[in-house]
Design a protein around this ligand. Structure first.
Ligand code: GTP
Ligand code: MG
Length: 201
């Protein structure tokens, strides 16, 4: 996949492109690898800006992919150094975006594969479930784990993500360095696009 272009950056609906294509959004703590994952999926090194320092993506960034999908790169949450005002803005605008964006087909919640499930991520996923917003998990930076650690983390994570009903969300180990997980995520997106209508009521 290579035909992708930047469309817009902003907080509110009037900044967003018209909801004519199914949309996938990427969300997670600052620095977890959202922008890098977008670049991996579209096969372009510098479409979305990435950085070593957390808090790089500050607005909702929309990209058009192959004139077929939108990708929305969301600002990270849980970044300790942001002001209270900025955190309030995240809550207000991202919440509104997630609840009202009509063409949002699926959300990718990114978790750093090296870490145990953090309270802020667990809280966010509980909120998504309560609002019935569909999501799957991408486990980023999987290249940084040895085979043994990786197996251990995947087993732990499965436990951590399992709800009282015994169900857990689909999760995909990914690496923007080795390209692991790219084919699986793309095929997940294709099938999500086929199985659900693109615009919710
Ligand atoms: P914010 O926009 O600040 O919220 O961050 P982000 O989630 O968009 O993260 P970004 O893609 O900018 O990546 C943060 C840092 O992690 C960068 O230095 C990336 O090079 C690095 N990184 C991202 N994904 C991977 C990965 O899969 N493997 C490794 N080794 N490094 C990664
Ligand atoms: Mg970013």
């Amino acid at each position: 996949m290579t035909r992708a272009q930047f469309l817009s950056a902003g907080w509110e609906e009037h900044n967003f492109p018209p909801p004519i294509y199914p949309e996938f959004a990427f969300v997670g703590r600052s620095n977890v690898g959202k922008s890098s994952l977008i670049n991996l999926l579209v096969g372009m090194k510098n479409l979305a800006r990435t950085s070593n320092s957390p808090g790089k993506t500050r607005l909702i960034q929309h990209y058009c992919v192959e004139e077929k999908w939108y990708f929305a790169d969301l600002p990270g949450y849980g970044f300790a150094r942001v002001s209270k005002g900025e955190r309030g803005r995240w809550d207000r605008y991202i919440t509104r975006y997630l609840v009202t964006r009509k063409n949002l087909l699926n959300l990718f919640v990114l978790l750093d594969a090296r870490l145990c499930l953090q309270a802020v991520d667990a809280g966010f996923m509980n909120w998504l479930m309560a609002r019935r917003i569909p999501y799957v998990v991408a486990l980023t930076k999987i290249d940084k784990l040895s085979r043994t650690k990786r197996d251990h983390r995947l087993a732990c994570l499965r436990k951590e993500l399992t709800g009282p009903d015994g169900l857990f969300p689909a999760f995909f180990p990914v690496s923007s360095v080795t390209g692991e997980g790219k084919a699986e995520l793309l095929s997940f997106m294709e099938s999500a696009g086929r199985s659900r209508p693109s615009v919710r009521p």
